[in-house]
Design a protein. Structure first.
Length: 161
């Protein structure tokens, strides 16, 4: 989408970003029975990410409307890897009416550019294996699966409680 702008998020964006976070959580509930129910579930400390020198939170904006988000957070790599640090990609969200027109691609490109400007040579992310749409979007952006994290619930109800 030509008219969409990707910019660094600020504290004025927090209410909309919190709404995006809740939309992400609701979209991921079918993929993870261990997610707690109720209104007080948060994946991110968005205010801390916005103010962190080691993270970049961006928003996609169409006109005055925020339509997407994402972040890159610099993390230390495991000691046995070639690279010493990588950027972790997260908080990827595009509102339903703007999906499929390249907004996610613009967000990822902005976060990759920020990471490169910080000397980072590797990006990593996590995605639910059942989330075929997200996997396809990341593959289109050049990402490849490397390892599959597995878990087993030991609780009777299968929810991990």
């Amino acid at each position: 989408m030509e008219g969409a702008l990707v910019r660094t998020a600020n504290e004025d964006d927090l209410d909309r970003l919190l709404a995006f976070e809740q939309a992400i959580i609701e979209a991921e509930r079918p993929f993870d029975a261990t997610l707690r129910r109720g209104g007080d579930v948060h994946y991110y400390d968005l205010a801390a990410l916005i103010s962190s020198p080691d993270a970049e939170v961006v928003v996609a904006q169409a006109g005055r409307e925020l339509i997407g988000s994402g972040y890159a957070r610099i993390e230390n790599a495991k000691a046995y890897l070639k690279h010493t640090k990588h950027s972790y990609l997260g908080f990827m969200y595009v509102t339903p009416e703007y999906r499929g027109i390249g907004i996610n691609k613009k967000i990822v490109a902005a976060l990759e550019a920020w990471s490169v400007s910080r000397g980072v040579t590797e990006m990593q992310l996590e995605v639910y294996v059942q989330n075929a749409g997200a996997i396809k979007a990341y593959e289109k952006a050049g990402y490849k699966g490397v390892i599959l994290e597995m878990r087993k619930s030991l609780a009777e109800n299968g929810s991990g409680e």
